[in-house]
Design a protein around this ligand. Structure first.
Ligand code: ADP
Ligand code: MG
Ligand code: ZN
Length: 483
């Protein structure tokens, strides 16, 4: 039987703020364990929380970027559960009045796009971090009380690919806004996938399973694919799917049972009496909406329209805001150069160099001016494309200026016909066999002879001029032999 997959995603993203969610402790994530703690985030009796305005604003901005409504009233609730990473015995979260509701996000769908509904975005506090070492379990409370956003979709995703596109797009938006690093490997973005399958054409959803502990984009794809197959196998032999929470086991490449599903009433949610409900002024929200940066979709549309760059390249250029900014700055600095040429060099060579090197996301070790200068020299014919790649690699690894590197390394292109004519004559004289082959109609011999010219000039010959001269000399000889 054919089945359809139904997926809803819950994403937790650490919010970038100076201090924690309800206390003045530093939110620096790189500090040694248990150095950023105080009575509030250690849950000492009698300590009182205070709401971090910056975290509230970051969450509202996220909601606005996801086309959510921002209801005028919101509050924080206690979610009670006992677990060693939660010193208070409850987590301050939001239950029935989240900061943001009813939004959407578009993801690629073949040539088209498809719209996923965002059910809610709410704000809560993170728990401490448990570290299991042999027989011991350690706790780092630096993370306790850090601001955390939760973004929940409706069950509108239909495949592992949808989940991948959704997470990619969501992460790009979070990073454009500067509200979260979105780094999954570091746990700054953590996601859970709720999955069920149903016979094709059915109108109700099947029983869902929630998968946790997916620590990379790749893990999300694999875990979802695995879970879909597991459920299909169960249904096909007449068994039932039970509503449970499972964890993804990276090493064994399978999901493992964690616990039976908990329900809202297990948590005994109630409004936190230590925190005031918030009233969100409309003027403030509208101000924040106006101040949103240009987001990936709008930027992609504009880059394609303003610069005529190809769709595939645009999609790659807008993934990181810094990359898109770098592209525009380079186009501006490289007066008269086709923007598509800049795009080609960025998506090709620059991305290759970036991927080979361990650099922080979005950081580029050269300036737009350096790339623009190099591409202008290439455009003017001062160097050929092979030399330009070498120069770019040196700029990337050691810095400097394109002019200086070209001079020092003697990479200037030889375009003068008289200089090249001598080289061509010599190559033809030294290679009688390939010349004869060419004259007998073996076109491939031309490639060999070109290679010899490039070798003789240490790669500096202008390929167009060299090829032209070679062809002319060879055709001249054909004439001589025919006469
Ligand atoms: P909980 O609060 O128990 O986590 P929710 O009802 O809030 O459950 O749903 C969590 C996520 O699960 C949402 O993204 C929702 O769209 C998704 N979801 C709900 N039912 C199903 C289902 N049958 N199959 C797949 N996803 C589902
Ligand atoms: Mg859940
Ligand atoms: Zn604290």
């Amino acid at each position: 039987m054919a089945y359809e997959t139904i997926i809803g995603m819950e994403v937790h993203a650490q919010v970038i703020t100076a201090s924690k969610m309800f206390c003045g402790c530093s939110a620096d994530t790189s500090a040694p364990p248990n150095t950023h703690v105080c009575p509030v985030c250690l849950a000492m009796p009698g300590s009182l929380p205070v709401i971090n305005e910056a975290a509230v604003r970051a969450t509202i901005r996220t909601g606005l970027a996801l086309h959510c409504e921002i209801p005028p009233h919101t509050k924080f609730d206690r979610k009670n559960y006992s677990y060693p990473d939660l010193a208070k015995g409850y987590q301050i979260s939001q239950y029935d009045m989240p900061l943001c509701v009813d939004g959407w996000i578009d993801i690629p769908d073949g040539e088209d796009t498809k719209r996923l509904r965002i059910r809610r975005v709410h704000l809560e506090e993170d728990t401490g971090r448990l570290i299991h070492e042999g027989a011991h379990s350690l706790i780092d409370d630096n993370r306790s009380g850090m601001p955390l956003m939760e973004i929940v979709t409706e069950a509108d995703l239909r495949s592992a690919d949808d989940a991948w596109f959704y997470l990619t797009k969501l992460r790009a938006i979070l990073r454009y806004l500067g509200v979260s690093s979105g780094n999954m490997e570091e746990g700054a973005m953590r996601c859970e996938a709720n999955i069920s399958i149903r016979p094709e054409g059915a109108s109700t959803f099947g029983t869902r399973v929630e998968i946790k502990n997916m620590n990379s984009f790749r893990a999300v794809r694999q875990a979802i694919a695995y879970e879909i197959e597991r459920q299909r196998a169960l249904l096909e032999c007449g068994e039932q799917v039970h509503q449970v929470t499972v964890g993804w086991d990276e090493n064994r490449r399978r999901t493992v049972f964690q616990r039976s599903k908990e329900y809202a009433n297990d948590y005994r949610y109630f409004p936190d009496p230590d925190l005031p409900p918030l009233q969100l002024e409309r003027v403030m929200v509208e101000d924040m909406r106006r101040q949103l940066p240009e987001l990936p979709d709008a930027k992609a549309e504009r880059l394609a329209r303003e610069y005529g760059v190809k769709g595939d390249d645009v999609a790659l250029l807008v993934q990181e805001r810094q990359i898109a900014d770098f592209f525009e700055a380079t186009v501006k600095a490289a007066q008269g150069l086709e923007p598509q040429v800049v795009a080609n060099w960025m998506v090709g060579e620059l991305f290759r160099l970036l991927s080979e090197q361990e650099v922080a996301d979005g950081e580029i070790p050269i300036t737009p001016q350096q790339l623009a200068d190099l591409l202008m020299l290439l455009h003017k014919g001062a160097i050929n494309a092979a030399a330009a790649k070498e120069v770019l690699a040196e700029l990337f690894h050691r810095g400097g200026s394109a002019e200086e590197i070209i001079r020092r390394r003697g990479l200037r292109q030889i375009s003068s016909e008289s200089d090249l004519a001598a080289v061509v004559a010599q190559v033809l004289a030294e290679n009688p066999q390939p010349v004869a082959d060419y004259l007998q109609g073996k076109g491939a011999a031309l490639g060999f002879l070109m290679g010899q010219v490039m070798k003789a000039t240490r790669g500096q010959a202008n390929p167009q001029v060299a090829r032209q001269l070679l062809m002319e000399s060879l055709e001249g000889r054909r004439h001589d032999t025919e006469e």
